[in-house]
Design a protein around this ligand. Structure first.
Ligand code: 7TS
Length: 407
């Protein structure tokens, strides 16, 4: 990977923030977009903007072809068996809510169990809480090991024949942990449960093969993988999707509407109500081309190396606490500096042009497990460099001196 050539593709990276070159390390929240994605969306609006699946006019056909072409690109990207299994959503959150409502609420009853982990993002936690409350099912948690990983023996103990759904992040947006979702899916299936994978932090960073993982549902967002906001994907196994009622109803997802009853289109359109994010699908297709050309395996190796380097440099700083496992992780490094609130630390880093996220990262139960109210987090992507990791470490040292004087 030639990082300098890659960086040239991202216009936003070439600016100064607060008088220093931007060091963008908040990719877990959202990634930056390459020229190709921005230009593909601009071309769509300038040349063939039209609504899809309705008119027979030329622009409508071009837009429909682009939208459905994007679906085929996504299918290949995650190795789904068919485009019927690829549903466009607003993002990971909507994809997971679709599963919790359309599958969860319809299939859960009192005595059933849903199993998740305490490291879940709220988007893969609250929908299950709500589904359990609505149906009388019980929500259970696989305990975390002290390093922020899960143990398969604990999975075997927690998942039982009463378990109907196991839902888990492929990679934690706080700890960086890569969960063994393929092995967990096997345990789920042995107990008759379905496996839901939150891929928000994995699809952008590593090669995903949903058939190899053998998960039943897999959700991810375009905006974290060099694509635009406003679109994401729900992969689901066809046999399950066919038996699910739509989560949203309205225009474009119907077959026949009568005064008191309606029928739905076939998959995947049954789950795509209303005017869909068409320009965003075009942008997502372009992002997939971009990432595929660089190679997801290369991206994963590069980011793992950046995380390893960050762990090495940051561990050397006195008074720093780093969370999450040291190995088998994605490019996310979460930390706190003793005596300094994470928000104050990230504000000081911002004065040096370094963008990191601070807060609970939409993982309040995990924060409680860590015994903190907030953390700072650096999250890397393919365009980040070792020099930027060094700037982060220097920045934290300077912040430490500053707060040392203030405190
Ligand atoms: N799941 C995980 C693991 C995530 O990291 C996020 C977003 C979501 C679900 C929700 O994705 P959305 O695109 O629907 O919003 N995570 C973060 C984050 O870590 N900082 O900002 C957003």
């Amino acid at each position: 990977m030639d990082i300098e050539t890659i960086r040239e593709q991202f216009p936003i990276l070439h600016q100064e923030v607060n008088g220093a070159p931007l060091v963008y390390l908040d990719n877990g929240a959202t990634s930056q977009k390459p020229k190709a994605v921005i230009e593909a969306m601009e071309r769509y609006y300038k040349e063939y903007n039209s609504n899809i699946h309705r008119g027979v006019h030329t622009l409508g056909t071009l837009a429909t072809d682009a939208y459905e072409g994007a679906r085929e690109k996504v299918r290949r990207f995650i190795n789904a068996g068919s485009t019927e299994e690829v549903i466009f959503t607003r993002g990971t959150t909507t994809a997971l809510n679709t599963v919790a409502y359309s599958y969860g609420r319809a299939n859960l009853k009192e005595g059933d169990e849903v199993v998740i982990t305490p490291m879940e993002h709220h988007a893969n936690l609250i929908p299950w809480q709500q589904a359990c409350k609505a149906t009388g099912a019980t929500l259970k948690y696989i305990p975390l090991q002290s390093d922020g990983t899960i143990d398969l023996d604990d999975v075997r103990k927690t998942v039982t024949p009463r378990t109907k759904i196991v839902a888990m992040a492929h990679a934690s947006n706080v700890l960086g942990t890569i969960n063994p979702v393929k092995e967990v899916a096997k345990i789920a299936h042995e107990n008759g449960a379905v496996m839901v994978v939150d891929g928000a932090q994995s699809a952008p960073h590593m090669k995903i093969d949903v058939r190899d993982l053998d998960c039943d549902f897999y959700a991810f967002s375009s905006h974290k993988m060099a694509g635009p906001t406003g679109i994401g994907v729900l992969y689901g196994k066809k046999a399950l999707l066919e038996n699910m009622e739509p989560f949203e109803t309205g225009g474009e997802m119907i077959d026949f509407v009568d005064l008191y009853d309606s029928t739905w289109k076939e998959l995947p359109w049954k789950f795509e109500a209303g005017t869909m994010p068409i320009a965003e699908a075009v942008g997502l297709a372009s992002a997939i081309d971009f990432l595929t050309e660089v190679g997801l395996e290369n991206i994963h190796v590069h980011e793992t190396e950046l995380a390893r380097y960050a762990l090495e440099l940051l561990s050397d700083i006195d008074g720093i606490e780093i969370y999450g496992p040291m190995e088998n992780r994605v490019g996310i490094v979460t930390f706190n500096l003793k005596g300094v609130h994470a928000h104050d630390l990230s504000t000081i880093l911002d004065t040096m042009g370094i963008a990191v996220r601070a807060g609970h990262h939409c993982c309040q139960p995990l924060m409680r497990w860590l015994g903190v109210s907030a953390t700072a987090r650096a999250s890397f992507y393919l365009y980040n460099t070792k020099a930027e990791v060094e700037k982060l470490a220097d920045g934290i040292r300077k912040a430490k001196e500053y707060f040392g004087d203030v405190l």
